[in-house]
Design a protein around this ligand. Structure first.
Ligand code: PGA
Length: 256
């Protein structure tokens, strides 16, 4: 049985004061929910140390939003996986559509970042998803398959057992428009079948999150789908009460 996971992607939001308050509220409010769901927060890199301190001895885990593919070197402004490990980071988002769009990250670069994270013992949360134009042109499945296959080609199956995938249709991110549970389930099923072509074990064990305007209202219906193992939550993860509700709605559906 795959343990559900909810990750909050805070993007470029927050301040020391804001993050301190948010994490204190989350830790206090999540309480018993931790049994059925793993909860991860991904603050901006300068707040990893503060977040590590605040999350010590709690059930909430720490994630980062980006990692460089190389172990060290002349890469101004970049952060290596081993540096993230020093701050207790257990997860890292790779291939988010905002980075594919704004930093021009290619499938190949995303796959190399995924491999670098795995090598350092960090679980990559690999984001895949099509744009509206790609969906309207009937290419959603082939785009997502290309993005997933780039990972499968670069990383070996045994290492990938520590990875998480996130289906995030670009048209649903930050728009308030969510994929319907049926649309999301259909793509999650495709992703799992691609993983199965590589390894039956990998397909059975890998968590596939849904991301894109997840809210307290739509979380339950999305998480009820058989191939949706949790969520990658942007905007709503900055609102502690809503994020707690989302985590609890996953937790309640968990059957050990
Ligand atoms: P959103 O962002 O929940 O604000 O749509 C999700 C994401 O970008 O990971």
């Amino acid at each position: 049985m795959r343990r559900s996971l909810v990750a909050g992607n805070w993007k470029m939001h927050g301040s020391g004061v804001m993050i301190t308050g948010l994490l204190q509220r989350l830790v206090q409010g999540l309480g018993a929910a931790e049994d059925g769901v793993e909860v991860v927060v991904c603050p901006p890199a300068p707040y990893l140390s503060l977040s590590q301190d605040l999350l010590r001895h709690t059930g909430v885990q720490l994630g980062a939003q980006n990692v460089h593919a190389e172990a060290a070197g002349a890469y101004t402004g970049e952060v290596a996986a081993a540096m993230l490990v020093e701050f207790g980071v257990r997860f890292v988002i790779v291939g988010h559509s905002e980075r594919r769009r704004d930093a021009g990250e290619t499938d190949e670069q995303v796959a190399r970042k995924c491999a670098a994270a795995l090598k350092s013992g960090i679980s990559p949360i690999v984001c895949v998803g099509e744009t509206l134009e790609e969906r309207e042109a009937g290419n959603a499945d082939s785009v997502v398959a290309r993005q997933v296959n780039a990972i499968l080609q670069r990383c070996d199956d045994a290492a990938l057992l520590n990875s998480v995938f996130a289906y995030e249709p670009v048209w649903a991110i930050g728009t308030g428009i969510t994929a319907t549970p049926a649309q999301a389930q259909s793509m999650h099923g495709l992703i799992r079948s691609l993983l199965r072509e590589s390894s039956i074990d990998l397909a059975a064990r890998t968590r596939i999150l849904y991301g894109g305007s997840v809210s307290a209202e739509n979380a339950r219906a999305l998480f009820a789908q058989s191939d949706i193992d949790g969520g990658l939550v942007g905007g709503a993860s900055l609102r502690p009460e809503e994020f707690i509700t989302i985590c609890k709605s996953v937790s309640e559906q968990w059957k050990p």
